[in-house]
Design a binder for this molecule. Structure first.
Ligand SMILES: [Zn+2]
Length: 559
C-alpha cells in the first residue's frame, strides 16, 4: 500500500494538468492545499492539492504548482495533511424511504422487548389518533434472547394506532392487531405466493409477523406519505449523506413517485447528493411507452433503470437456496412476488432489453443467484453483445460456477460489505459453514474478474461508506467474535474497497468518465477525512471521520 506521495509521478501530473489549463489562465474558485490526495488513478494515485472551478476539478498536483491558480477571489482551504478521497458512491440505498424512517420510530438499536414496547408506545403518544406507526428497522438477532416480536407485545400501547414496523432488511414486518383488522387478515387467511403470514403453532392465530409478499396485504392500506413529508424525509437523508461523505447514491426506490421529490429538490438547488434512481421492474411498460433509454437525466438526477427481486433475505429465512436452511429444514427460502406468475421476470427482462434499459435485480440465496443468471444469460445470448451493465443486487451467496458466469456475462455485483460483518454473527447457524465459504465472497468475485460496486443498502446497514470499507478490509463481525475476520480469506485490500465505493460505483451508473476519481475535468465530488486510513492497522479505519464533503464544487458538509 502506498503511504508516501511518489514525488516524480506527482510532479509529472502537475505538469500535465497545468499544461491543460494554461491556455484558459482562469483562476480557481476553490483550492485545497497541503493534503494527501488519493486520486483513484492507477498511474498517479497520489497528489497534494486540487483546484476547482465551478462544479469541476481543473487541476490536481502539488501545492506549490496549484497555488498558481489562486486568484483574488479564490477560496483557499488548508488541508493540514488530511486525506482527500473521491466522493463516495453508495451503489445501493433506499434513500428516500430511509429518510422517511429517520422521521418515524427508531428500533434499530433496540436490545430488549421492554425497550421495543416503550419506543413504539412513545411514538403512539406523539402521533395523532389513527396515524400509522411505521419503519423501525428492528433486528431480533440483537434481542436477548433472540426472538421474533409478537403483536401482543405492542397491542396494549397502540390501541388507536395501526402499526407496521419492519425488520431492518425490509423482508419481515411486525403488525399489531389493529393493522391486521384493517387489512382483514385472520387465522383463515392463506399465505400469498412469495410470502408468509406468521401463525401461532398452537392457536393458528396470526402472530403479527408477515414475510415478503404477505407484507403487501397490509402496506396497501397505508396512506402514501404526502409530498411535504417526503420532502422532509429527503432533506433528512441528504443531511446524513453529506455527513458521511456520500456524494452520489443509487436509490432503489419503492415507488416511482420519488422522482418528483428529487426533481423539486433539484429545482430549488437543495439536491446535495447525486441521485441515480431505479424504479420497480413492474413499471417497465412506462419506459417502453416513452421510448426512454437509461440512464437519462443530468449529473445530479438520473433515471437509472429497473429494480426487481428474485428472493427475500437471509435474516428472514426467505433467501432462496438449493438446500434447506440448517436451522429450519422445512424451508429453503421463497421466490419473491416479482417472480410470479412464472415467466413474468423473463418477459420483463426481455422488455427492458428491447427498450435499452439497465436492470438491477436482488438475489441473495445461491439458487436465487443461479436462477437470475440463467435469465440474464438467456436474454443476453438471445440479443447479443451490448453495453448493458446489468447488475445483481447483493450477490450474497454465489456458487463458484456462478461467479465465473457473472464475470463472463459482464454482470456487475452490487455488494454491501457491512452485511458481512453484521450477518456474519449468525449466518453459520442458518446455513452452515459450507455455504458461508462463498458468502459475501468479495475476494473470490474480484479474482474471477467480476466488477464490484459497493453500497450500504441503507437503512438495512448504516449510510456510512467508511463502515463498509472497514467491513470489506477486516471482516470483523460486529459482535467482536472474529477479530481476524469472518472467513478472512475473503478480505479485500483498502484500494479495492475504495474503488468499489468510487469508480466502480460510477461504472455501475455509466458515469466513470465524469466521476469516481480525482481527475482534471471530473466533477468536483470530494471527501476529506480526519485520519489517513492508509496508515496504521485496518481496524482503525472505523475510527476515521468525515471532515468535509464537497459535491459539484460546493461544500455540503464541514465539521
Ligand atoms: Zn436493498
Amino acid at each position: 500500500m502506498k503511504k508516501r506521495i511518489p514525488v516524480l509521478l506527482t510532479a509529472l501530473a502537475v505538469v500535465a494538468s497545468l499544461t491543460a489549463c494554461r491556455g484558459a489562465r482562469a483562476m480557481a474558485d476553490l483550492v485545497l492545499m497541503d493534503g494527501l490526495v488519493w486520486t483513484g488513478e492507477s498511474l498517479r494515485p497520489w497528489a497534494e492539492a486540487i483546484a476547482l472551478r465551478g462544479e469541476r476539478i481543473v487541476a490536481v498536483g502539488n501545492s506549490k504548482e496549484i497555488r498558481r491558480l489562486v486568484g483574488r477571489d479564490t477560496r483557499v482551504v488548508d488541508l493540514a495533511g488530511n486525506l482527500v478521497l473521491p466522493g463516495f458512491i453508495d451503489s445501493h440505498t433506499h434513500f428516500l424511504d430511509g429518510g422517511l424512517a429517520l422521521l418515524n420510530v427508531r428500533l434499530r438499536e433496540v436490545k430488549s422487548r421492554e425497550e421495543f414496547v416503550a419506543r413504539v408506545g412513545d411514538k403512539a403518544k406523539e402521533l395523532a389518533r389513527g396515524e400509522w406507526i411505521l419503519n423501525g428497522d428492528w433486528d431480533q438477532q440483537q434481542f436477548d434472547p433472540p426472538e421474533l416480536p409478537r403483536r401482543e407485545w405492542i397491542d396494549e400501547v397502540t390501541p388507536d394506532h395501526p402499526v407496521c414496523v419492519n425488520r431492518h432488511d425490509g423482508h419481515m414486518v411486525l403488525v399489531n392487531s389493529l393493522a391486521l383488522k384493517i387489512s382483514g387478515i385472520t387465522a383463515g387467511t392463506p399465505s400469498p405466493p412469495g410470502g408468509e403470514i406468521g401463525k401461532d403453532s398452537r392457536t393458528g392465530e396470526p402472530t403479527g409477523i408477515l414475510k415478503d409478499a404477505a407484507i403487501d396485504l397490509v402496506t396497501k392500506h397505508i396512506p402514501a406519505p404526502n409530498p411535504e413529508t417526503r420532502l422532509k424525509a429527503a432533506e433528512a437523508a441528504l443531511r446524513l449523506a453529506a455527513e458521511n461523505g456520500v456524494s452520489s447514491t443509487h436509490d432503489m426506490a419503492s415507488d416511482a413517485g420519488h422522482f418528483a421529490i428529487y426533481q423539486e429538490l433539484l429545482r430549488s438547488g437543495k439536491l446535495t447528493c447525486r441521485i441515480y434512481l431505479y424504479i420497480p421492474i413492474s413499471e417497465v411498460d412506462v419506459y417502453s411507452r416513452l421510448s426512454l433509454k437509461t440512464p437519462f437525466g443530468n449529473d445530479y438526477l438520473k433515471i437509472g433503470g429497473l429494480k426487481g427481486f428474485v428472493d427475500g433475505s437471509l435474516g428472514s429465512a426467505t433467501a432462496l437456496f438449493f438446500e434447506p436452511y440448517s436451522d429450519n429444514p422445512q424451508t429453503s427460502g421463497l421466490f419473491h412476488s416479482d417472480m410470479f406468475p412464472p415467466g413474468v421476470m423473463e418477459q420483463r427482462l426481455q422488455a427492458a432489453e428491447a427498450a435499452g434499459l439497465q436492470v438491477a435485480v436482488h438475489a441473495i440465496g445461491d439458487r436465487a443467484n443461479a436462477v437470475l443468471l440463467d435469465l440474464y444469460e438467456k436474454t443476453i445470448t438471445r440479443n447479443g453483445p451490448r453495453d448493458r451493465r446489468w447488475r445483481v443486487e447483493h450477490a450474497q451467496h454465489v456458487r463458484s460456477q456462478d461467479m465465473e458466469r457473472l464475470a463472463r456475462l459482464g454482470v456487475i455485483a452490487s455488494v454491501q460489505p457491512y452485511h458481512a460483518i453484521d450477518d456474519g454473527r449468525w449466518a453459520e447457524r442458518k446455513i452452515g459453514p459450507d455455504r458461508c465459504r462463498t458468502t459475501y465472497a468479495f475476494r473470490s468475485l474480484l479474482d474471477q474478474g467480476v466488477k464490484l460496486a459497493a453500497g450500504s443498502d441503507w437503512t438495512v446497514a448504516p449510510l456510512d461508506p467508511l463502515a463498509g470499507i472497514y467491513a470489506a478490509v477486516t471482516r470483523r463481525t460486529t459482535d467482536g467474535k472474529n477479530p481476524q475476520g469472518w472467513y478472512p480469506e475473503q478480505k479485500i485490500s483498502l484500494e479495492e474497497a475504495l474503488r468499489a465505493y468510487t469508480t466502480n460505483g460510477a461504472f455501475a451508473e455509466f458515469a466513470e468518465a465524469t466521476k469516481g476519481k480525482i481527475k482534471e475535468g471530473f466533477l468536483a465530488d470530494l471527501v476529506v477525512l480526519d485520519q489517513n486510513i492508509f496508515e496504521g492497522p485496518p481496524e482503525k479505519i472505523i475510527e476515521a471521520r468525515v471532515r468535509t464533503t464537497i459535491v459539484g464544487g460546493r461544500i455540503v458538509f464541514d465539521l
